[in-house]
Design a protein around this ligand. Structure first.
Ligand code: AHG
Ligand code: MN
Ligand code: MN
Length: 333
């Protein structure tokens, strides 16, 4: 089998479809290289002294794990000097990170969740990195948070790395979704799945059921109907999976279908759901739509949401098209 590397894929995409200019290619390659470095740390575990928590909390008041901070540093350092970026933003940093003046500035902006699935780090379960790429607004001076306030539909690229039994990179630049597997000996990303497609129908759902008593009526109704199985209104048995790493749950859905949900609930109205629009919902929505799936906040398409703050949270329903349509329609009734 002829092996196609990430670099070759990116160069040929540009040649054939003109969708990946050189600066964007450099950006994607630098992010991919960072993910390799993160994968290396993740793989070391206790031997690399990377497990466990720090004293610090991030801006959302969550305890930071060592690997949250290590991964954030790896991405920042790798992406600062290449000249492809104007600024970065991260789930783990309160404010945006403009490119320091000693380096040239580029026209892209990078957002990331450096380490997704933090609660799984110390128990050796799949975790990941999620990233999203926006264009800097025309004529932008010193970058500000306002420059990042762009709807998900403006993303020019998005992807995630999943650190599991294999390390994989899943990428979209708006022309389908492709998956690369890390060849650990060679240190290279090899194209292993082209044009991933999420089946429109599914019998598998993913939600944290322990929050059931807090759900709003449409979510409660939808899940009750799934749980009722073949004797209920859906007339079929559904299966459930919940990894508690969004990357791992989305990766399963990309491969065999399913619906993933993290709804808002009645506990705290100032916190609409748990997941973050800019670092989690938007990039995953872009990938899922590019694979033929759908992604809504229950009412509207996630990628149509006009963001109002960097760390904004949003309810998420994504995956197989037909199921996302059902649960979204219940929110409209
Ligand atoms: P992060 O580790 O980046 O904070 O994200 C964790 C997210 C997401 O990956 C996962 O789907 C969800 O939190 C799990 O939440 P519960 O612990 O409530 O199940
Ligand atoms: Mn996350
Ligand atoms: Mn995270």
């Amino acid at each position: 089998m002829k092996r196609i590397s990430l670099t070759q894929y990116l160069v040929e995409e540009q040649r054939l479809h003109n969708t990946i200019p050189a600066e964007l290619r450099l950006l994607i390659e630098v992010v991919a290289r960072s993910c390799k470095t993160i994968a290396h740390s993740v793989g070391k575990g206790a031997l690399g002294d990377v497990l466990g928590a720090l004293e610090s909390e991030n801006v959302q008041g969550e305890v930071q794990k060592k690997l949250d901070v290590i991964s954030n540093e790896i991405l920042l350092e790798a992406n600062e000097w290449g000249g492809h970026l104007a600024a970065m933003a991260s789930e783990e940093m309160e404010s945006i990170h403009p490119i320091p003046n000693r380096y040239p500035k580029g026209e892209y902006m990078l957002l990331f969740d450096p380490l997704d699935g933090s609660s799984n780090i110390d128990v050796n379960v799949s975790i990941g990195t999620i990233f999203s790429v926006l264009k800097a607004p025309e004529g932008m001076g010193q970058p500000t948070e306002a420059d990042f306030m762009q709807a998900g539909s403006k993303q020019v690229a998005a992807g995630y790395a999943v650190y599991g039994p294999q390390t994989m990179l899943v990428l979209t630049t708006g022309r389908g979704v492709n998956c690369f597997t890390l060849d650990r000996e060679m240190g290279s990303w090899v194209l292993t799945q082209r044009d991933m497609q999420i089946p429109a129908k599914t019998k598998e759902f993913a939600i944290n059921m322990s929050n059931a008593r807090h759900w709003h009526a449409p979510v409660k109704r939808y899940i009750d109907e799934l749980l009722a199985g073949d004797s209920g209104p859906r007339g079929t048995n559904f299966n459930m999976r919940w990894v508690a790493s969004m990357v791992a749950d989305v990766h399963r859905i990309l491969n065999r279908g399913g619906i993933f949900m993290y709804p808002a609930d009645m506990r705290d109205t100032s916190m609409p759901g748990k997941l973050r629009l800019m670092y989690e919902a938007n990039p995953m929505a872009f990938i899922v739509e590019q694979a033929g799936g759908a992604a809504t906040d229950g009412k509207q398409r996630i990628m149509d949401i006009e963001p109002h703050k960097l760390h904004q949270r949003v309810p998420v329903f994504l995956g197989s098209r037909d199921e996302v349509a059902v649960v979204t329609s219940y929110h409209h009734e």
